[in-house]
Design a protein around this ligand. Structure first.
Ligand code: AHR
Length: 489
């Protein structure tokens, strides 16, 4: 086998030689050079800044990793299944998820740590703010909500709708105090919001925002409550607690909005020095958006070494985003090491899913009322009838995901449901545990109607009313604007 074909085999069939050549070119000029079979964590290790946590639902982050990437739990029987790699150091075995989760819903219960330190991420407990799940815990991510391809293989990301969060408050080897560290995450550049905080990285262990400087995470989104950048966002920022920072100033810093489908986002810190870097996770290199001293009040840092994903340090749960892979390192990585990691990420071949993603976490706005399909009082009780209510962009009770199985999911685990599997006019539209039945399947039609697969009836604002609290029912489709719904991101 010649060298090119051997490298192509090792990198995966979907990796183009152009991308590969680019990767090899960058790696060969970097002091942290490693073989083409390396994962990001091999590159960090070569650079003297090894990963102390490595999370991904899409691929192995070490060339020799052959363990589980993540675990899913299906609702049909509450059993779990680990999802591993297709080959040593390779891509996720999404077919295993598809088969285990067929005709039911699945949640991501564990994102394993590939570093060997067991810094896995699981359902986040309540912090200062409670989550929406029982006991104030956060929701788990819908395992099917973020399909993509990587190296030509199907894979799934971690879809963080508001209310979803993962955390580990008892880690091993993660930076504490003012110890140096690096963090990167590959995220969906089109899925974000302006609320706090779609974070990945180092956080406080008690879920309380009682001091600045106790966090150091990557943040991605368009939040302007603290720091922000030029244009409308989104931006890569750092959450350092008591503030997102886009540079040394507490407010505006002139970093550009990011506009890539897949984004590599990096933050790193050492005593009185930190940096933000990022780029297109599909091609090209990294840009340094900030490199300088700590903001006032953030030197020395007081990092506590917990790891979180999708939430703020105090369990603020209003952010949204999608995570594909990321790591925390021990030590402050060099730019050469990070450049080689970026080359490895672009060579991995992230791409949108064939046929695009299903409607994810959208509001459904009534054509007549301008009001949203809403679960009253954000109730999670089976049988709650949905209603019209003023659209509130950060309300989890108004975010609906149309899945590949045609369900309209809310909160990641409840589904819009025709009450009692009714098929007559006036049947209440309620929420219920997702079970895959045809009374929980809906077609989103080109004319704006939403029709029940079992009944053929239209989702309808009762009595063509438009006020807050108007109940939604099923009714024969009649062309009325009280039966038209527009998805809004
Ligand atoms: O620092 C920004 C956010 O502020 C933190 O994530 C959260 O803990 C606090 O509310």
């Amino acid at each position: 086998m010649n060298t090119k074909s051997r490298i192509r085999r090792l990198m995966g069939a979907g990796t183009s030689l152009t991308l590969l050549s680019a990767a090899i070119g960058i790696i060969s000029t970097a002091p942290a050079a490693t073989a083409a079979t390396s994962g990001p964590c091999d590159i960090y290790a070569s650079g003297g800044t090894p990963c102390v946590a490595a999370h991904s639902t899409t691929r192995a982050l070490y060339g020799a990793y052959n363990g589980p990437l993540y675990q899913v739990r299906r609702s049909s029987d509450n059993t779990t299944r680990d999802i591993g790699v297709l080959s040593v150091g390779g891509y996720a075995d999404a077919a295993a998820q598809d088969s285990f989760c067929a005709n039911t819903t699945c949640l991501i219960t564990i994102i394993y740590d590939q570093s060997g330190r067991n810094n896995r991420l699981t359902q986040a407990p309540p912090g200062h703010f409670p989550g929406p799940a029982p006991g104030g815990w956060d929701n788990l991510a819908d395992a099917k909500a973020a399909p993509i391809t990587i190296g030509g293989q199907k894979a799934y990301g971690v879809y963080i709708a508001p209310g979803t969060g993962y955390r580990n408050n008892n880690t091993n080897g993660v930076a504490t105090g003012d110890q140096p560290e690096g963090i990167y995450a590959v995220v969906d550049g089109t899925h974000y919001n302006q609320w706090c905080c779609f974070d990945y990285g180092n956080a406080q262990t008690d879920g309380v925002a009682d001091s600045p400087a106790i966090m150091e995470t990557v943040y991605f989104g368009a939040n302007k409550q603290w720091g922000y950048g030029a244009g409308p966002g989104p931006w890569i920022m750092a959450d350092l607690e008591w503030g997102l920072f886009s540079g040394v100033n507490a407010g505006f810093n002139n970093i550009p909005s990011i506009n890539h489908r897949f984004v590599t986002a990096m933050v790193k810190g050492e005593p009185n020095h930190w940096a933000i870097r990022g780029g297109n996770a599909q091609s090209g290199g990294l840009t340094t958006y900030f490199d300088g001293r700590r903001p006032n009040g953030y030197h020395p840092m007081k990092k506590e070494g917990a790891i979180l994903l999708g939430i703020g340090g105090d369990n603020s749960i209003t952010g949204r985003g999608t995570f594909f892979e990321g790591v925390l390192t021990s030590g402050y990585p060099s730019e050469a090491t990070e450049n080689a990691v970026q080359a490895n990420i672009t060579a991995a071949g992230y791409a949108p899913a064939a046929g695009g993603n299903p409607q994810q976490g959208v509001q459904l706005v009534g054509g007549q009322s301008g009001r949203c399909v809403d679960v009253p009082n954000a109730s999670t009780t089976n049988g709650t009838q949905v209603q019209l209510w003023d659209c509130v962009s950060n309300s989890t009770a108004q975010r609906w995901t149309h899945t590949a199985g045609r369900q309209l999911q809310v909160y990641g685990n409840k589904c819009l449901d025709a009450n009692g599997a009714g098929t007559s006019n006036g049947t209440q539209a309620i929420i219920w545990d997702c079970h895959g039945g045809t009374n929980q399947q809906w077609n989103l039609n080109a004319n704006g109607t939403i029709t029940g697969v079992q009944s053929g009836l239209c989702l309808d604002a009762n009595g063509a009313a438009t006020a807050n609290g108007t109940k939604l029912i099923l009714w024969s489709c009649n062309g009325g604007t009280n039966q038209r719904w527009t998805p809004r991101s």
